[in-house]
Design a protein around this ligand. Structure first.
Ligand SMILES: Nc1ncnc2c1ncn2[C@@H]1O[C@H](COP(=O)(O)OP(=O)(O)OP(=O)(O)O)[C@@H](O)[C@H]1O
Ligand SMILES: [Mg+2]
Length: 511
């Protein structure tokens, strides 16, 4: 059999944890090979070993049949291996081309030949249908585009084995379709792909084979056409997983969040929330469905105090909170699971334990007379870590060292535990495995049943339909429809989100 990659009996330890325990992964030429496993199972670690970022304690790697030692990423590049990381590694202030050639500059007479590099980047972009503008600045382009730059970076270095670490977690449904097309083009051009994803639908759609790992150990490799999502989920988690969340009908009470005629500008000064009205009651979950870029981000930022409101009012429990400081808003009773966990959710170079008190460290029992009480802080952290199944070697581990999904579980634990009157959950299950998604959905519903208000923002329509009691469709900065999840379909929502169908009745209220 023609294997392009063989990782045989790989072992990789970190202090306090065996991240890869005797794992074997064999990838055939020309296939898309999925790597599946729970949050913290060791997928990113295994791929970082393959890319030369970590050295394994044991095991052998063969590339195209030849045993190799991959001691750094340059050697991986030379062997034709490229990696698109779970969290991007681009320089924001550089252009697309500058990022791509970084470390592999084309020079003439000692100077960087940026024109030539741009031509080269454009050529590769056209060949694989990536549609990237070589001159654009990274900070000005969308997340989906940034990911394509990462792909281009690997192709520019001549990679024919591509590792994608959860590429679709950060993408919108439309961008996911485009990425799948790009992967198919890459395969048609003779490349091989290792794909990490938690979305079983994607594995069924594009992958040839799938290797499952659980808690650092290899469970086995299956042909995708011989399996199904239910089987994959139970092999991976080690128990049956329920995909549909059970819940009682909601019993909405008083208004907790009331937004009237809100206008919020984006960073360029364009009003992207434009006369928005929305109410969320105690005891209900309102889901916001919309195509990315219709004002969702700015709406959340305005409610949480991260962005200025131009006009209109935001009331929490009857009191106006617009343009108050984030801390005041937090203390008034708003919890926030942010869309970008690295930017707004965690201090990556603090221990995960200290991250559990980011909003409460200045209060009793976590501090007294301005002095932190670490005993109490870490006591709280241990409780949250066990209650929310955050898999980490210890509460002293830096947040940065946790797996992506476990960082997310830690944030959710912290926000839910503060028991806010209004919980804003933005893409809360992004990057989570199916078991963890089930758990988080249950916790959101529990908040609701305890009489709290929950505002859920998600690109996953099945999540919106499954979890929400009412769905508010956002389009061009306004709520254009309120829909009953029991009476709608993904198709109908899709049409509403595209603005092609309007439902005026009951906008912003329950009646
Ligand atoms: N640099 C590091 N230092 C210490 N521990 C680490 C480090 N990197 C990973 N780990 C630990 O190794 C284990 C495996 O992590 P890894 O990131 O490989 O998981 P994953 O399968 O990619 O999970 P996810 O789906 O959440 O991204 C985790 O327990 C993690 O905390
Ligand atoms: Mg990972």
């Amino acid at each position: 059999m023609d294997y392009v990659i063989e990782m045989l009996n790989i072992r990789k330890e970190f202090p306090g944890i065996v991240a890869n325990d005797n794992i074997t992964l064999q990838v055939r030429k020309g296939e898309i090979h999925a790597l599946l496993g729970e949050n913290g199972a060791g997928k990113s670690t295994l791929m970082n070993v393959l890319f030369g970022l970590y050295q394994p304690e044991q095991g052998e790697i063969r590339v195209k049949g030849k045993p190799v030692k991959i001691t750094n990423p340059n050697i991986a590049n030379d062997l034709g291996i490229g990696m698109v990381h779970q969290h991007f590694m681009l320089v924001d202030t550089f252009t697309v081309t500058e990022n791509i050639i970084l470390g592999k500059e084309i020079t003439s007479k000692g100077k960087i030949d940026i024109k030539k590099a741009e031509q080269e980047v454009r050529k590769i972009s056209d060949r694989y249908g990536l549609a990237v503008d070589p001159k654009a600045k990274i900070s000005d382009i969308s997340v989906g585009m940034q990911q394509r730059v990462e792909i281009l970076k690997t192709l520019y270095r001549g990679a024919d084995i591509l590792i994608f670490d959860e590429p679709t977690a950060v993408l919108t449904p439309q961008e996911i379709k485009e990425l799948i097309q790009i992967m198919k083009t890459l395969i048609a051009e003779g490349k091989s792909i290792i794909l990490i994803t938690h979305k079983l639908k994607e594995i069924m759609e594009v992958c040839d084979r799938v290797t499952v790992i659980r808690k650092g150990k290899g469970i086995g490799t299956l042909n995708v056409k011989d399996t199904n999502p239910n089987e994959l989920a139970s092999i991976m988690v080690g128990r049956e997983v329920v995909f549909k969340t059970e819940k009682k009908p909601s019993v909405p009470k008083q208004e907790v969040l009331e937004i009237i005629n809100l206008v919020v500008n984006d960073s360029r000064g364009v009003p992207v929330v434009n006369g928005l009205n929305l109410t969320v009651h105690a005891g209900e979950i309102v889901g916001i469905a919309g195509v990315d870029g219709n004002g969702q981000t700015e709406l959340i930022e305005a409610i949480t105090g991260l962005r200025k409101s131009e006009s209109g009012t935001i009331k929490l429990n009857g009191k106006e909170i617009q343009n108050m400081s984030p801390r005041k808003i937090t203390e008034a009773g708003v919890g926030h699971i942010p869309q970008d966990r690295h930017k707004h959710g965690l201090v990556l170079d603090f221990p995960i334990g200290e991250n559990m008190v980011l909003q409460t460290y200045h209060k009793k029992p976590f501090s007294k007379n301005g002095i932190l009480n670490f005993k109490e802080i870490y006591r709280k952290a241990r409780t949250l870590i066990s209650e929310f199944d955050v898999r980490t070697p210890s509460e002293y581990t830096l947040a940065r060292a946790l797996s992506g999904g476990n960082q997310q579980k830690a944030i959710i634990g912290r926000e839910v535990d503060r028991d806010p009157d209004l919980l804003i959950a933005a893409q809360p299950t992004r990057g989570l495995d199916v078991g963890a998604i089930e758990f988080i959905h249950k916790r959101l519903i529990e908040q609701r049943d305890n009489g709290k208000a929950v505002l859920l923002i998600s690109f996953e329509l099945d999540e919106i339909i499954n979890v929400s009691d009412r769905i508010a469709v956002i389009y061009e900065g306004k709520i254009i429809a309120i829909v009953d999840p029991k009476e709608t379909t993904e198709q109908e929502l899709g049409l509403l989100m595209a603005g092609s169908k309007r439902k005026e009745a009951g906008v912003g209220t329950n009646d």
